[in-house]
Design a protein around this ligand. Sequence first.
Ligand code: NAD
Ligand code: 6OD
Length: 486
Amino acid sequence: MKEFKHFINGEYVASASGKTFENRCPVDNSLIGMVHEAGQAEVDAAVRAAKAALKGPWGKMTQTQRTALLNKVADRINERFEEFLEAECRDTGKPRSIASHIDIPRGAANFKAFSETLANHPTEGFRMDTPDGKGALNVGHRTPKGVIAVISPWNLPLLLMTWKVGPALACGNTVVVKPSEETPATTTLLGEVMNECGVPEGVFNVVHGFGPDSAGEFLTTHPLVDAITFTGETRTGEAIMKAAAVGLRNISLECGGKNPGIVFADCDIEKAVEGTMRSAFVNCGQVCLGTERVYVERPIFEKFLSRMKEEVAKLKLGRPEDPEANFGPLVSLEHREKVKYYYDLAREEGATVEIGGGIPDMGAELNDGAWIEPTIWTGLSDDARVIREEIFGPCCHIRPFDTEDEVIELANDTNYGLAAAIWTENSARAVRVAEQMEAGLVWVNSWFLRDLRTAFGGAKQSGIGREGGVHGLEFYTETKNICIKL
Ligand code: NAD
Ligand code: 6OD
């Protein structure tokens, strides 16, 4: 049986308390292994190791040396691709076809993209006049922030963890990562890669456990943590923000969404169906950017709905290794309970279940897994809870609209503000509507098309701050102004 230990100061360590918890595979609920749960002692050791490493060889490296090391980490993940893929698919149940195109390659790429951004981004310089006529030079100088706590979720475990660890390390910080309790495997494996590549001890640390009264809380409240970057639910983001207030630590929060898709009658309907199928159902609907509210202009409503139903009926549920399968289980039985609760609530709130709505019969071998049917609803009112609350499952509600102004109002009528997708062949309309979306990310005629140089983050209750490209520099570094009197 596998054992997932903490990775502290370059070594795998067990919890002193001996406390462990189960890691189960959502495909069939089989036991993958036992995960050590960190107490205060392990979290303290990890944070102190990270603090000490800032003053060790890591802190003395040049930017070029750090970049070379991080490129090596990316290359090594790709060399060990199969192991990362296997581990990610076992923890999440997602199809290998998806993880091999999204999770693992992006997990590796995150280590390259930010070093390149950093190498190519200038700091500012201002020459100023002074009364003696000799002047002064002001030079912006970036220094690492220090020890960064990285708290990550389970839906894209490696990708979303390295999305933060990549820029944090590129900027010269050290990190303590607390991966989701549901998906400890790839973060643990990354420790081996760090050692193989010669990343100095203490630069990358991992502690396992849960949130409240466990590793997550111990880490975010640790006084030697200089900043906290978090991806997960909005309510958890609020708890982390409170923890960060003590000692005035900076935060970056990437939280939940209830994202709209807007399909205008002048769209290319096949493109819109293909994109909306992905945005609602890929990764079993467990993507923060996913579309749970679809608004379709009335003249094409019936056609769009019927094409979506045809495509949902073709989704092939199956084990990760099944080459035909493009739809896996939810991440856990606990999460299935939450999603199923919303499936039942949709009926109570008066939805017409167009397709799905239940738990599929997967046969004796898989029926203990966290399987759920991909689902489309129509007919809900705009104030239904199913329309207003994030479900994070493979489901969407499709509703007709009549005018551009009406759909802009509907799309923005949410506490969240993460992403929106607009489908139209009219470019003037696309820009006009995109500019009015209250969201951090807007896709036109696409979805989840990512350029790592661009800003990523949410408006309203979907988050605080932007990461990606130069935007991450604001969070991962302190900019110091050095004023030199001439
Ligand atoms: P979650 O908030 O339950 O957990 C995320 C992480 O926070 C886990 O590691 C968890 O152990 C930890 N945690 C929980 N409570 C904590 C506490 N009090 N203190 C410190 N750490 C704590 O989220 P999840 O269920 O893992 O992920 C799903 C959610 O994440 C959805 O809401 C989804 O929209 C969101 N998400 C957002 C983005 C984004 O980029 N905006 C990306 C992916 C997922
Ligand atoms: O692509 C990314 O960089 C990113 N942060 C994606 C987030 C997906 C959310 O589930």
